[in-house]
Design a protein around this ligand. Structure first.
Ligand code: O7E
Length: 222
């Protein structure tokens, strides 16, 4: 099963949580509150507690290429992938960022749609245009909402198997573990359901178990 844990709180000590989860999860996503509140050195220290899996800087960049590269360069040595918004387009923006990341051997992840209810207001309407950008840009990964699995299915149908789909919205935002994977996602991103638990390792193992059961059910067509 594919599980990435979102670390967002700027005032939490995540070191022991990272160590506890290191052998059972597929990676960690570092949110902007954590990166801004604790600094880039903290990201490096966290990674030193678990030097395996996929480490992602969730910068959710949306700027001109020059500025996105400057922001990325502050943290990129400590992560494997960086997240940017898709609506800024390729020329003078995502194209430059992708080239920069490629030159460093790092991955670009582009937001195709989001998990909160307000995503229906703009994101859903813009999705065909954003998918044009993603289709042309060919980033390593994209973000699509676990809260609306039908969006994941339609994106997977449109883009095929070559793109990696990361899906947030499980747990605190209402999606059940495994639903996004059944719909075509590769990874589910889970934050508070695990990080706010008294026993994060048990919570992560429960998510993985629920993912497995859901996947078996959806393979049977349930
Ligand atoms: O609700 P939680 O606690 O499970 O946290 C969800 C995480 O996923 C959190 O870090 C948030 O920033 C992120 N996220 C969404 O919740 N919705 C989105 O649409 C997109 C993301 C996100 O991570 O985008 C990049 C993968």
């Amino acid at each position: 099963m594919s599980l990435i844990v979102a670390l967002d709180s700027p005032d939490r000590e995540f070191g022991s949580l990272v160590e506890d989860l290191c052998d059972i999860v597929d990676g960690f996503k570092l949110g902007l509150p954590l990166l801004m509140g604790r600094g880039v050195d903290y990201a490096a220290r966290l990674r030193s507690r678990c030097n395996r899996g996929l480490w992602i800087a969730d910068l959710k960049l949306a700027d001109i290429g020059h500025v996105m590269k400057l922001t990325t360069s502050l943290v990129v040595e400590h992560v494997d992938a960086v997240i940017a918004h898709g609506f800024v387009g390729i020329q003078g923006a995502l194209g430059e960022l992708k080239e920069f990341l490629n030159s460093l051997g790092k991955k670009l992840v582009v937001v195709a749609s989001m998990s909160h209810p307000g995503a229906r207001e703009v994101y859903d309407k813009a999705l065909p245009l954003i998918l044009n950008v993603i289709g042309e840009l060919e980033p390593w990964g994209i973000v699509a909402p676990a809260t609306r699995p039908q969006v994941i299915t339609s994106i997977r149908e449109r883009l095929g198997d070559s793109v990696t789909i990361l899906s947030p919205g499980v747990g605190a935002q209402g999606a059940e573990p495994g639903a996004a994977i059944c719909a075509g996602a590769d990874y589910e991103i889970v934050g508070r359901l695990i990080t706010s638990s008294n026993d994060p390792r048990a919570a992560a193992l429960a998510v993985k178990d629920a993912q497995k059961q859901r996947l078996q059910a959806c393979k049977r067509g349930a």
